[in-house]
Design a binder for this molecule. Structure first.
Ligand code: NAP
Ligand code: HSE
Length: 444
């Protein structure tokens, strides 16, 4: 963890040159706040923070209040500039920002990024580049925007053992699920509402398919468990299959459905420790603190040995909240440029194995459409018993034709559950399997 180059600092009162890459929702707010609060930033950093360039894709776009002399469409031209100390990357995507950020770090520029996809995919490479030149790499805004969760995991909890991090880390999907819960409406209608209100992007795939949350889960797992974790290590399912009937069934079980990012330290059967990182929609009891997270808000729940249970809550998206986190990192990076040294880099010493998803243990809510005749319930119960899965509750209601059976299981392994679902599918009495949704948070 020793940087090969020590940064001695420019000295108190020296200006810190900043380049902002990207001037969209987040970049524009960062630039505005830096201008409006220049005096505060100077005092907090130890020298004036001067924006010396802004990279955009299209220089011809109207950008009221922005000095056109700052603009360039060539971000690469900024990374070698002597007068730039810190690069703020708020472009998004992976390939292009990866190349620019790597070049910047190799040139000794500190980097502040809000780009979860980049950090989740290329964190190790970026961290090594930062290490090699003594530059800082900060990414608080990449997970849950304004909510300080990266810093607490990286610094405040560095002396503790974190066992679990579970969070609602995607505002778009929380808005949709919350609106479905509140109104009883279907997924498509609430996605349209989220789009109309500007929560969902024109292409909502990354949000609704869970990829955005999976990137955040990878970052949280890496920090919590001192292990390199990428988005590919995270089992990921989105919310597109959640129906109004699923939400109503959750309500009947005194639960709600949330898209959860769960990062867990787990022990295998042979006692070896590993990590489970997963994103999927899950039922959680209404008494669980995460059930109270409404609209597009985010929250992250952490369980650690000594600290116990902690919850972080707030705005996980939007220009202003995200700029808050970016600027906090910029102050830290700027101070290090002025006074010397660098923040602790990635700690990946534990190098824990990633558990196969089939080994994950949880509870399940299973909604079946079945024939309504003698022996059907017994056949279904036997199928669960044969797979070694214990049932917690069974509720039956008329479906005309047949019956609807809603079963809640005790804990079982994913692999075992899948075997059981296959066996249920083969039963003549099972007309359809309407849904299988996991249940989390029963122990809170
Ligand atoms: P955005 O509104 O789409 O803005 C992207 C900006 O990047 C635009 O100004 C665009 O230039 C610029 N850009 C695109 N390609 C470029 C290139 N090749 N060279 C230079 N500039 C280029 O994106 P955003 O919402 O601000 O998000 C930025 C980052 O923050 C993403 O990584 C995102 O995941 C992350 N983030 C966003 C939020 C949020 O709520 N928006 C929250 C947390 C994290 P033009 O203006 O010329 O098009
Ligand atoms: N699209 C994300 C969300 C915000 O809906 O939470 C950026 O991480």
């Amino acid at each position: 963890m020793t940087a090969t180059t020590y940064n001695p600092g420019k000295g108190e009162g020296s200006p810190v040159g900043v380049a902002i890459l990207g001037l969209g929702t987040v970049g524009a707010e960062v630039l505005r706040l830096l201008g409006e609060r220049a005096g505060d930033f100077e005092r907090r950093v130890g020298g004036p923070v001067e924006v010396r360039a802004v990279a955009v894709r299209d220089k011809s776009k109207p950008r009221p209040g922005v000095d056109p002399d700052l603009l360039t469409d060539d971000a690469f031209s900024l990374v070698e500039r002597e007068d730039i100390d810190v690069i703020v990357e708020v472009i998004g995507g992976i390939d292009y920002p990866r190349r620019v950020v790597l070049a910047a770090l190799k040139a000794g520029k500190s980097v502040v990024t809000a780009n979860k996809a980049l950090v989740a995919a290329c964190g190790a490479e970026l961290s090594d580049a930062a290490e090699s030149t003594g530059a800082d790499l900060f990414f608080e805004a990449a997970v849950a925007a304004a909510i300080p969760v990266v810093g607490p995991l990286r610094r405040s909890l560095a002396g503790d053992q974190v066992n679990k991090v579970v969070g609602i880390v995607n505002g778009t999907t929380n808005f949709i699920l919350d609106a479905m819960d509140a109104t009883g409406a279907d997924y498509d209608d609430m996605l349209a509402e989220a789009t109309r209100l500007g929560y969902a992007e024109a292409d909502p795939t990354a949000d609704v398919e869970g990829h955005d949350a999976a990137s955040k889960a990878a970052i949280l797992s890496g920090l919590a468990f001192h292990t390199r974790v990428t988005a590919d290590d995270v089992h990921c399912e989105g919310i597109t299959g959640i129906t109004a009937e699923d939400i109503a069934a959750a309500k009947a079980a005194d639960c709600t459905i949330k898209l959860l990012a769960t990062c867990e330290r787990v022990k295998g059967e042979d006692g070896t420790e590993g990590i489970s990182a997963r994103v999927y929609p899950a039922l959680i009891p209404r008494r669980h603190p995460l059930a109270t997270v409404r609209e597009s808000f985010n929250a992250v729940f952490v369980e650690a040995d000594a600290a116990g249970r902690l919850m972080f809550y707030g705005r996980g998206a939007g220009g202003n909240p995200t700029a808050s986190a970016v600027l906090g990192d910029l102050v830290a990076a700027g101070r290090n440029k002025v006074f010397g040294g660098r923040a602790p880099g990635d700690s990946t010493y534990a190098n824990l194995p990633i558990l196969d998803f089939g080994e994950v243990t949880t509870r399940y809510h299973i909604d079946l459409h079945v024939d309504d005749r003698v022996g059907v319930l017994a056949d279904i119960a036997r199928t669960f018993a044969d797979e070694g899965i214990s049932l917690r509750t069974v509720r039956q209601e008329g479906a005309n034709p047949g019956a609807r059976l809603v079963i809640i299981t005790h804990s079982a392994k994913e692999d075992t559950l899948r075997g059981c679902i296959d066996a249920l599918t083969d039963l003549d009495a099972v007309l359809s399997i309407n849904s299988v949704i996991r249940i989390e948070g029963m122990d809170v």
